[in-house]
Design a protein around this ligand. Structure first.
Ligand SMILES: [Zn+2]
Ligand SMILES: [Zn+2]
Length: 285
């Protein structure tokens, strides 16, 4: 199955060339509920975990961590895997911790970088919490990656281009449907509507800039219309526009992981741009 984002209402590279240098490629993950395997990329599925390696626990809550995401270089060559690794796994504590990187945060949210070929004896029974919080543990989903061009959110642009671009959109009554793409994605930028974007987004270990690694989102697209004449949100995949509204299948497409992020918003896991093995930071909006 492939899932396709509709064309944008405009193309900055052609229509507003001042933004062209800021274009970058992001990957919409398009998670959808399914039965992922331990060697594939997924959210909430079984991890490629060595039987001999203890399953991590949160130091604060004594709870086994929850399997959140596993991504392979075969599916996501754009991830900067440390030398000798080709799969990355995200596990976090299913209980609440302060954000983004309090003391001990490294115990609450961990990335594991592995070499798949080295994991021959797999852990088959993965520990789970007795009564997992559905907002902290994603439903098992397979991924349908789609590459898109994205532009930075206004907070990340220099003030001049940001102001001129907003005025350009307003004069034409066009939506900004090219920056800070919603839904689960790799890379790019996210919007900061609840708190201001921190003035300095930097690694606590080495002070290098942090970059958005993985965005989590309550909904994959908006339900309102964005463009003129009731044009649907471009992020509603073309293949799913025939689903009967408010049926289980429609909800599963809109909110595939079943996690409500913050108060129905989104969150970003940020990693160090110099070394992704440094402790990650998590910001919820
Ligand atoms: Zn914890
Ligand atoms: Zn660092």
């Amino acid at each position: 199955m492939s899932l396709t984002t509709a064309p944008a209402s405009h193309d900055p590279a052609r229509d507003f060339p001042e933004l062209a240098p800021y274009a970058r490629t992001v990957v919409r993950l398009h998670p959808r509920r399914g039965v992922p395997g331990p060697r594939g990329s997924h959210l909430g599925g079984p991890m490629l975990w060595p039987a001999a390696e203890p399953w991590p626990r949160c130091g604060e809550h004594e709870e086994p961590m929850a399997a959140v995401a596993q991504l392979t270089t075969a599916d996501f060559p754009e991830i900067r895997f440390p030398d000798g690794t080709d799969v990355v796994q995200l596990l976090w504590c299913p209980d609440w911790h302060d954000q983004p990187h309090p003391e001990g945060w490294g115990q609450a949210c961990r990335l594991f970088w592995r070499r798949a070929a080295e994991v021959t004896d797999l852990l088959t029974e993965q520990p789970r919490s007795e009564d997992p919080d559905p907002d902290m543990v994603p439903r098992p989903c397979v991924l349908h990656p789609e590459r898109l061009t994205e532009y930075p959110c206004v907070e990340e642009l220099p003030a001049g281009p940001a102001r001129r671009y907003e005025a350009w959109l307003a004069a034409r009554n066009l939506p900004d449907d090219v920056s800070a793409i919603p839904g689960y994605k790799l890379g790019g930028s996210m919007t900061w509507g609840v708190t201001d974007r921190p003035e300095r987004l930097e690694c606590e270990a080495c002070r290098a800039p942090l970059e958005l690694f993985l965005q989590f989102d309550t909904s994959e697209y908006g339900l309102g219309s964005w463009g003129p004449e009731g044009t649907p949100d471009r992020f509603w995949p073309l293949e799913e526009r025939g689903l009967e509204p408010h049926t289980d299948a429609w909800w599963a497409a809109l909110e595939p992981t079943g996690m409500t992020i913050g108060r129905g918003g989104h969150a970003g896991l940020f990693v160090c741009s110099a070394d992704p093995r440094h402790p990650a930071s998590h910001f919820t909006q």
